[in-house]
Design a protein around this ligand. Structure first.
Ligand SMILES: [Zn+2]
Length: 494
């Protein structure tokens, strides 16, 4: 196949699958012609067979390498190709807002992202998902692990690099560099949240279907305050089929990027949302406040009136940020260093606006240098990074290394070699997990059964991780401390 034919296939893919229209095509023909240093590129309509561009991109990139076309990497080059045949930012935004049904609008943007390779569906489908009603995990095979120290450092350093960070507007159309992705193919939707200019993009890693990120146009630190709640409510008014959640603005209990204000969003219902209301704690000013049945002690606030709801949620936030209970080990702050924060989620349920608020605290001491209310050390073989909002809502994103480790553990189990001493085993750090699998399920007959047992045990561990990170444990003392909190909160709200 000659280069002209391959590029024609790409252009036709853009027309048929991405909505590239008549006149725009001609601008893109010339762009491709320049990129491939061709004197001419003859365009003709051909029938496309491919649903996804993977194979097409593979072929064209191979040809480009043969022709010695300069590229940072094959991945960067593929993104550039797809950026060229995707409709312009303006055309995409215009189309998004022509849909009267918000579901159709988000479907359009999401499918565009999948079809134009920004969301790499083929790679994402390799992620391993496992779950039940209470907790779910994916083993993420597309992104490296970060630890809390790196994250805290990121908050301190003033970056002078371009783009200022992974979320900044400067990424739009960026060609990328070594260890930094290209963003030719990204398309975003501008939003006004709390009278501020924000935009929505889908996550290229797509930890769950339609995993979106809402980003402040300004590069400024994460914060959770009254404005946050206004912005979240504004968002669910525009896209009522999506939830929005914000990480706490502190390390250990926050997300991986603390220096640029952003939220996570999507149509997916994580286990937290499915958790039941245990009891009505109080009703005030048209707002209902419930305790919910969740591993990390949390409350749910509901109202048909978003303004009144925002006012109460703000009071709860201010209250928690200043609440200390030394007997329960809860220290709101040390000097001016804040420890307590909420992880808030907002969504619509029928006519009700709902906030799920998780009580979090990042206090550290000599005994628990990683955090008192952090993953207990005995579970850090599964997850050692911050318990961000997705994990806190029962959806764990686990590191890719676990895939190979599960396979190795399965072999050990089937061979019934699990009694090897902890020190000698290369799977040393999973010794406890292996013992737990055997205690619960016995010796498996084959590898499939072994993997299933391991995954179920990891799921149990995820639940234990959440319980271990709760500010109020499911113990008599924890219940008592929580009652005290609720009584004090009632005094503030009623
Ligand atoms: Zn930024």
């Amino acid at each position: 196949m000659d280069t002209n034919y391959l590029l024609n296939e790409l252009l036709n893919y853009g027309i048929d699958n991405l909505g590239l229209d008549n006149y725009e095509v001609y601008f893109r023909i010339n762009e491709l012609r320049r990129l491939f240093k061709l004197n001419e590129l003859k365009f003709s309509r051909i029938k496309n067979k491919e649903e996804l561009p993977d194979l097409l991109l593979e072929n064209i990139t191979k040809r480009a390498l043969d022709l010695k076309i300069e590229m940072i990497s094959e991945a960067h080059f593929k993104d550039q190709l797809m950026g060229i045949v995707t409709p312009s930012h303006e055309a995409v935004v215009q189309k998004f807002f022509t849909y009267s049904d918000p579901k159709e609008a988000t479907n359009y943007l999401y499918n565009l992202g999948v079809k134009n390779y920004y969301i790499q569906k083929t790679a994402i489908d390799r992620n391993i998902f496992f779950g039940n009603d209470k907790v779910e995990f994916i083993i993420n095979l597309s992104r490296p692990e970060k630890d809390n120290k790196q994250t805290a450092k990121l908050l301190e350093t003033k970056k002078i690099d371009f783009p200022a960070c992974m979320l900044c507007l400067e990424n739009l159309g960026y060609e990328g560099r070594d260890n930094y992705p290209a963003r030719y193919s990204i398309r975003i939707i501008p939003l006004t949240l709390g009278n501020e200019r924000w935009f929505m993009q889908f996550s290229p890693y797509s930890y769950f279907p339609e995993h979106a990120i809402l980003i402040n146009e300004k590069h400024q630190n994460m914060v959770v305050n009254e404005q946050t709640f206004s912005k979240m409510l504004d968002f669910v008014k525009v896209l009522p089929h999506y939830f929005v959640g914000s990480n706490a603005s502190l390390p250990i209990i926050g997300g991986s990027i603390l220096n640029h204000e952003h939220y996570q969003a999507g149509s997916y219902h994580t286990p937290l949302r499915k958790s039941t209301e245990k009891r009505l704690l109080l009703k005030t000013n048209e707002v209902f406040l419930y305790e919910i049945d969740w591993f990390l002690r949390s409350i749910r606030l509901k109202s048909e009136n978003p303004e009144k709801l925002r006012a109460i949620v703000t009071k709860v936030n201010d209250f928690w940020e200043n609440y200390s209970d030394e007997t329960a080990g809860i220290k709101a702050k040390t000097g001016t260093t804040q420890h307590s924060a909420l992880t808030p989620f907002c969504y619509k349920e029928g006519n009700y606006y709902v906030f799920d608020l998780i009580f979090r605290n990042n206090y550290t001491n000599k005994k628990y240098p990683d955090g008192v209310f952090h993953v207990a050390p005995e579970y850090q073989n599964i997850k050692k990074e911050a318990i961000g909002l997705l994990e806190a809502s029962g959806y764990f994103v686990l590191p890719g290394r676990l895939k190979a480790e599960i396979e190795r553990i399965a072999k050990v189990l089937v061979a019934n070699e699990a009694k090897i001493s902890a020190d000698e085993s290369p799977l040393n750090k999973h010794y406890r997990l292996i013992q737990d699998v055997i205690d619960k399920f016995g010796i498996p007959e084959n590898l499939d059964e072994a993997e299933e047992n391991i995954k179920n045990t990891i799921l149990d561990t995820c639940a234990k991780i959440l319980a271990s990170a709760s500010c109020f444990k499911a113990t008599i003392a924890g219940d008592k401390a929580f009652e005290k909190l609720i009584k004090t909160l009632e005094g503030v709200l009623l």
